[in-house]
Write a protein that binds this ligand. Structure first.
Ligand code: PMV
Length: 332
């Protein structure tokens, strides 16, 4: 049995399933303010550092599961298009469902999954996708899982999915257990009604190096990576302080510094890894000069060229004027 199946079994075998005919679930996408970058265990998606994110509320993934007769094979519809068993997305979804079937026995499903998250804007749909799929599986088998168990199971599909089982500010605790049982995300109690994220799509092109591959290359070859977990630990403390005091300057500064530092570890990998395009750099300079002129605006970036703007409600009009194509998200 694979390590992920062992880890899932330890949770699922505590419960007696009662299979429903159909179940639908939604999970939000999330944007990390302190990034998850680097795995200490690749098979179980166990991170090298704690991370902290904010969810995009109603932008994410809707997933419906229906049970099929025992002789059927799984069918998957992704964004209204059927996908075939030879596609990587189909295989990832089926592998995740197998975590449950290994424990509860064979049962084919029809999966329909639709993203409302703008995938082209570089917002990972895998996080909301695996969180929604895990929630739907838990529902269709009627399992009264704890939030912690749900988060651990989602993590086995995609690391950052463990944060997408919640709305709001979420911290993913890296944990130290080899089986990953203490590596889960939890909701922070604070809300911040005036906080906004603007999604700026600079290119619709798919990246050619996945974050999985990027993390591996960075952890194996970047000398700067040694410093990463030290900085991430400090950044988490600063972010938690910023959130509890609603100190936007501290939040923005820490999130931007964290994202730039993550990209610095990528640039110092070998062969070098750069997800930015020239437009990303142009926007960064625009943001920095607007900030110099007094506008409270910060950025964060993930493993891609697109930019997420961080600002507060009072500056929304100005942000719309300077970045007319930004998709603005209310978070609370
Ligand atoms: O969970 P993954 O494999 O999609 O990795 C996410 C990595 C980043 O988006 C770069 C950072 C993060 O914490 O979301």
């Amino acid at each position: 049995m694979k390590p992920a199946n062992y880890a899932a079994k330890a949770i699922l075998e505590k419960y007696t399933p009662s299979l429903q005919g159909e179940y639908s679930a939604f999970a939000p996408a999330n944007i990390a303010l302190c990034k998850y970058w680097g795995k200490r265990d690749v098979a179980l998606n166990l991170p090298v550092n704690d991370s902290l994110s904010v969810s995009l509320k109603n932008k994410g993934t809707h997933t419906t599961l229906k049970t099929l007769p025992a002789t059927a094979t799984d069918s998957v519809i992704l964004n209204d298009l059927p996908i075939t068993p030879d596609s990587p997305a189909y295989q990832k979804i089926v592998t995740h469902i197998d975590l449950f079937r290994t424990v509860f026995g064979p049962q084919p499903f029809a999966v329909k999954t639709t993203n409302t998250v703008p995938t082209a804007a570089g917002v990972a749909s895998s996080a909301s996708g695996f969180a929604a799929l895990t929630t739907a599986l838990t529902g269709i088998y009627s399992l009264p899982l704890t939030a912690q168990e749900l988060s651990v199971l989602a993590r086995l599909g995609s690391g950052s999915a463990c944060r997408s089982v919640f709305n709001g500010f979420v911290r993913w605790y890296q944990g130290s257990a080899v089986d990953g049982s203490d590596s889960y995300a939890a909701l922070l109690p604070q809300q911040w009604s005036t906080l906004r994220i603007g999604l700026l799509t600079l290119t619709h092109q798919q990246k050619n190096i996945s974050s999985r591959e990027g993390m591996l290359r960075t952890t194996e070859t970047s000398h700067l990576y040694r410093q990463w977990s030290v900085q991430a630990a400090e950044d988490i403390l600063q972010l938690e302080q910023a959130i509890s005091q609603q100190d936007f300057e501290l939040l923005g500064r820490t999130a931007e510094h964290n994202a730039m530092s993550m990209h610095a570890t990528m640039l110092s990998a070998w062969p070098p890894l750069c997800y930015w395009i020239s437009d990303s750099i142009a926007v960064l300079h625009q943001v920095w000069s607007l900030r110099k002129e007094g506008l409270d605006i910060y950025v964060t970036m993930d493993a891609g060229p697109n930019i997420k703007l961080l600002f507060e409600q009072q500056d929304e009009k100005k942000i719309r004027r300077f970045f007319p194509s930004a998709e603005i998200c209310c978070l609370f």
